[in-house]
Design a protein around this ligand. Sequence first.
Ligand code: ZN
Ligand code: ZN
Length: 334
Amino acid sequence: MGKYLPAHPKPLPDELLSSWLVRIAEANAVKLHTMSRMLFGFNYSPWIRDIGRHGPDIVINKISEVTGTPVSRVRETTLHGYAGWVLRHMRISGQTHWILPVKSKSADRIGYGVQYCPQCLLEDGKPYYRRAWRIAFYAFCPKHGIMLRDSCPECGAPIVFHRRDFNRDIELAREIYQCTKCEADLCDVPPEKPMIYDQRVYDLYSALLNEFHMGCRKKFNLSYFEVLHQLCKIIVSTSNKNQLHEHLCSKIGIVPKEFELSKGGSIEELRIDLRYYIVSLGLWLLVFPKRRLKSSWKAKAVRYNLFLKDFRHSPKWFADMVWEFNRLNTCRKL
Ligand SMILES: [Zn+2]
Ligand SMILES: [Zn+2]
């Protein structure tokens, strides 16, 4: 084998590593497993784990070599680039803030951790999956203004596009935009507009996704995403007993949706509609953060200590505000 693969397409804008590998195999008319064995050896299968999250060196270096792509560009196709931007540290196992879990079961997936925009896929010259679609708050497409989907519209299965040629001849491989379980065209679904719970919240959510989509880190930076994550965590956590959730719904004037509270307050485990709803509630607080956080605390919808629970790097304005609640609380008791 020469240095390069006969066909070595380059990664497309914001393309996810797994999507790119699938396209490289397709361009060379080899099955994904065959290519993986050829490049990474028989003893290593990247497909039994979340390679976008792991970004293993063995894969990064080899793909760089056989496609003539700089290692730094290959690394950009993993989720590690979000560390220091939307999350502080990328963890290889366990829950990482804002990263949707795929829940590997051998080479299959049982988690709904890969989302897609039907319109983006439809308009692509070469359909491919974006890194941003693995992020929990990325629930609608800022370009098309429609909800992303996290499952097949026909059979409801998780999106597992890398299995397109598994257990079948290469001539019968599915397209990357087809469900690997039922063959449905994933783009063949009516566009769904995001529910507008509150216009200001929707405008803020759109601004956040637009800035994120463009790769800016001005207003919506690590501190912002950490505070938003903390608020979402409180809303879905058993520690708050649904009080903040109910308070926010009454303020916005909507009927609370039912969902199971979780001990760790993991928003990443929720399906897309609920995630969009919870992030919208969190953003309602951040439209006028100091005023609304204070009124939620005063209404006893949340205890002040929950704001800082397990939040090691809270920004100064947030920590100062919580200490102010603490001070007021103490004065109240005197
Ligand atoms: Zn789109
Ligand atoms: Zn299906």
